[in-house]
Design a protein around this ligand. Sequence first.
Ligand code: SF4
Length: 411
Amino acid sequence: MPWLSWDRRALGAGTADGQCSILNQAVSKDPSQLVQLDTDASAAGRKPLFGLDAEQLKALMAGLGEPAWRGRQLAQAMYHQRVADVEAITTLAKPLRHRLAEGWDVGRPRIAQVFRSVDGTERYLVECGGGLTVETVWMPEGDGGEAGDGSDSGANSPEKAWSRATICVSSQVGCAVNCQFCLTAKLGLQRNLTAGEIAGQVVSVLDRQGVEVGRDRVNLVFMGMGEPFLNYSSFMGAVRLLVSEVGLSPQRMTVSTSGIVPGIERFAEEPAEMRPKLAISLNAPNDEVREQIMPINRKWNIEAVMDAVRQVKLRPRERVTFEYVLLGGVTDQQEHARQVAGLARRTGLPVKVNLIAWNPGPGIPYEMPAAGAVEAFRATLAGEGIATYVRRPRGRDIFAACGQLKRTVEG
Ligand code: SF4
């Protein structure tokens, strides 16, 4: 899925006080929504440790003449304690920290700016290498596409203002898929993120929010900027880090694809203990409409995508999600709902449908669905026996809702 887009180069240089003037104008007229952060540059020229798994860290330590278990200490510090500076890893002796810091930096992607919505949603500009920035969104109590029916809701924690939350994660800077309704597509693909940059978005947000892994209910959705299955190795590398090193459950992760068949086939080979749930960004009731709004459908049509999805061995009670953006007059008609129901039945898969009302964006030639169209669509699908949920928009006032984020670029 689309949605998160932003790139420092696209915006030009920030102002002297470290803020981006275009961003401030375009995103938020209310300065109270922009949370100021320290913007010290990270260590230049040093290689990032963040992104290396425990085995790679052990090998690194062995190369420095240290016992391998020092690598495990390093992993613990970066991924569990979320230490972001080599010199602050106090489980390592000072001389070793100094030696390590000569060539290495933790190098975790850093949250450079925060926009906070009245509904509690936070949108982050996260700095990756090369001066590029991607966006990550924190949605407390938010349904970013996981269960969609409230079944993930947990008990309230007395210390926290939220009982569950969803983090929406980017996998590429820009995107090459060119879905016609998507603002991210306008950037084109600028570069793939590394596994460390993808996982680092998550760890930085966990750190900021004080999430206790294993206790707090946090879902991840890989539905931000980019097509995860066109950056497959890094995406799955990030998942492995988040599962094995950070301790998150793959069953609380959902990856959304526009329908990259070779990627889905590869995904089907992943072991269940390492595989997120799958969402297909369907968005159309048939090939004819889908080709118009998602040119990727000319390469892999709906049937080819569904054939690939059937290869994924679902866990007990697991369902495949169809994400469906309602475009006014294009994909939101009753007839379309009936076609989607027929399609869902024909797949033979346990599916649920998440409906998203399209948010308007500059230069995108579509309309919002008419009032009542989303509920009517939901009711028709539900009446046909298809589990259907409406994703409520989050963070509209900070342009964090689906489809809104590239407003920051357009100004
Ligand atoms: S796959 Fe399509 S919807 Fe998702 S980010 Fe790329 S262009 Fe946007």
